[in-house]
Structure formats: structure tokens, C-alpha cells
Design a protein around this ligand. Sequence first.
Ligand code: AMP
Ligand code: MG
Length: 403
Amino acid sequence: MLSYEQARQVVIREVTALGQTTGVAKCALREALGFVLAGEVLADRDYPPFHRSTRDGYAVRAAEAQAGAALPCVGEWKAGDASTTPLAAGTCVQIMTGAGAPPGADAIVMIEHTEREGERVKFLRSAVAGQNIVARGSEARAGNALLRPGQRMGFAEIGLAAQVGAVQVTVHSKPRVAILSTGDEVVSAEETPGPFQIRNSNNFSLGAQVRSAGGVEVSLGNAADRMEAIRAKIEEGLRCDALVISGGVSMGKYDLVEPALRELGAQFHFDAVAIRPGKPAVFATCQGKPVFGLPGNPVSTMVTFELFAAPALDILSGAPARPLALLRARLAEAVRQNAGLTHFTPARIAWVEGEPVVRELRWRGSGDIAALGQANCFLVVDGDKGEMAAGEWAMVLPRRDVV
Ligand code: AMP
Ligand code: MG
């Protein structure tokens, strides 16, 4: 059986091999958060565009502004002024943060390192050439690519694009991800369930996971545990860029997702992973599309989506798969897991005096979404570790939507 790392590598390899199925579109910069760039963003001019002062102080020739020396202050430049008049020898000018240093000045002396005596400025420390000036073009030269295809647009990328006037950017369309649940017991969340029915929470949680992973959810609702019903819905789902199915992948008599996929010519890459919850997770490719068959218990569905479907969405979005952002934290209490599988259990991480500490939550197994609702991470414990003592370092997978 594959480990979860091996299974992720299989997903990354196979989805990469399928190639890009989504198109490219222009996107208003304000709407670009979470999209992946398909084109470059170029510097429209040098950055900074002038020799920029990074301090409030005095623009000087460093050789003249030695400790104990005094120079007459002959002018003032504030941010936005066109500081084109050269600095006369034997003088200084007052300058503000963000203003351009005048030609001839090679240093800015912080106001804190000076004393003002009328029109004269006395220097308390010796200036060093280049200090507190960011030279024109030292951040970027006109025409340099500042952002490249495959980069995800976050707040810094959006700010950078705005700086160079790229108010429209070329991005990959978000992958459309079909979400299908299965089960005779499942009714829609809007309905009042009968005594032995349950509401379709996976339809909502998977939709949220698809969106937070950079996709667009396309809900196919629920299919009853009948071959024709499941098959028809899968065929519909294969028109999207990816298909995520919940339920129907275990060993029960009515677990029909794998047989239905097989009938449609799916190629299976794994149908079990050494994890708990989520061991029966299935990954296949079918008619050029990735298909995930995730076990239906809600916590299993959530864990397996994060581990296996999220990297597929990254690739379909035009970006490299993001690594699993695992952390190390100290165990607040001892934990014990059975041998063989890697366990992902609901837990809370907190930072106590700068050190991460994790505490496992009591939970009643993979149907217990209430426990996950209290959790901000999963504690990740390899079964072969046996018992781990309080204070030991353990692996933690933060819930990326809440931490
Ligand atoms: P399955 O993987 O089909 O064997 O389903 C396992 C359990 O998960 C079932 O007993 C249901 O209680 C639960 N379940 C299945 N599908 C859903 C769903 N769409 N929403 C919430 N719970 C579900
Ligand atoms: Mg079922």
C-alpha cells in the first residue's frame, strides 16, 4: 500500500502528464487573487525610478559629511519633488523619505545623526557613500520580468503588478471541479432527513475545499447506490476538468464507484493509501481527467481531499503543486496509534512562548465533523512510532483555511 507521500507523488505525476486542460483569460487585477499567471508581468520603467532616499535627513557628499563637520543647508526636497538641481559642493539639502537624491549627493544622513544650528547642519557621525539611498534600477530594470507564468497571485503579487501599472493580467482559468456524492442515505442539506438519513455535508465541505484550493465547484448532487445512476453522474462530471466523488469506495456490497469508473475505461493509479482516516481513497484517470474517489465519512473526505485532490488542483490551475505545509510541534499529551498507518487526527495547535504545542482532540472517528469543527490542525502520527510521550516533537498539518 502506498504511503500518503507516495500517493501524492503519483497524483502529481499523473495530473502533470494529462497536461493543461484549462484556458487562459484576461483578468482585472483586483479580481486576480488566487489565480495563477499565464503571462509575464514586466517592469515598465526602472525601480526605483530615481535614486530614492529611505530616510528623513540630509543629502550630502559623504566625503564632506564627516563626524564633527558642519555644512550649510541650502534647500529641501520632499517626496514627489523633481530633485534635478545638482547639490553644490560644500552644501547639504534637507530630504524626506521617498524623495529623489539630487545629482551629486551620494549619501543621506539620518536626521537623528545631525544637529541643526540655524542654517548649518552638524554631523555627529561620518557619512558613508551610498547610505540610505536605493539606487535607480537596483530593484528592477525596465523590461525585467517581475512575475512569471505559474506564479499564484497573492497580495504581494497584486501589489507588484499595480506598481508597474499592470491593471489587467493574463491568468489560467480556474479548473472546474465536479463534486458528486453517493449514497442511498444521503439527502440534500435543504431537506429534513428521515430517521436513518443524513444530510449531504460532503457536497458543501468539498465545495469549500475546491474553492480554497483554487478551483470552481460544479455540484452534481447525489447519486443513489445504483450502477446506472453513478455511471450517468460520472459521465456528466467528466465534462469538467476534474471529478471528486465521495462515498462508495469501501468494500461494501453497494460501493459501486470503482466498478462504474472501470466500465467507463478508468485507469486506476491507487485504490488504498496507508492512512487513517481515508484508507480506501481512490485515484484514477478517466477520459483524460483526474478522478478522486474519496471515502464518504466526512472527516475522511476532508483529509483525503487535502492530501490528494489539492495538489491536482494546483497543477490544473497552472502552478506547481504546493508542498504539504507540515510543521513540528510539541505534544501536550502522550499519544498512541496502531501500527502500520499514518494517522491524521483532529487537534489544536497553539504557540506558547513562541513554541508550537499540539493537543489531540477527543473524537469519535471519521464521522465526527464536530471534533474537526474544534480543530485547527491534524496531528500526523505514524503508526510505527507506537507511543509518543508528552513533550516529544510531532508532525502537524495545519488546516490551511483556519491557521
Ligand atoms: P461510504 O464511504 O459510502 O461507505 O460512506 C461512509 C459513511 O459516510 C456513511 O455511512 C455516511 O454516514 C457518511 N456519508 C457518506 N456520504 C456522505 C455525504 N455526502 N455527506 C455526509 N456524510 C456522508
Ligand atoms: Mg455509501
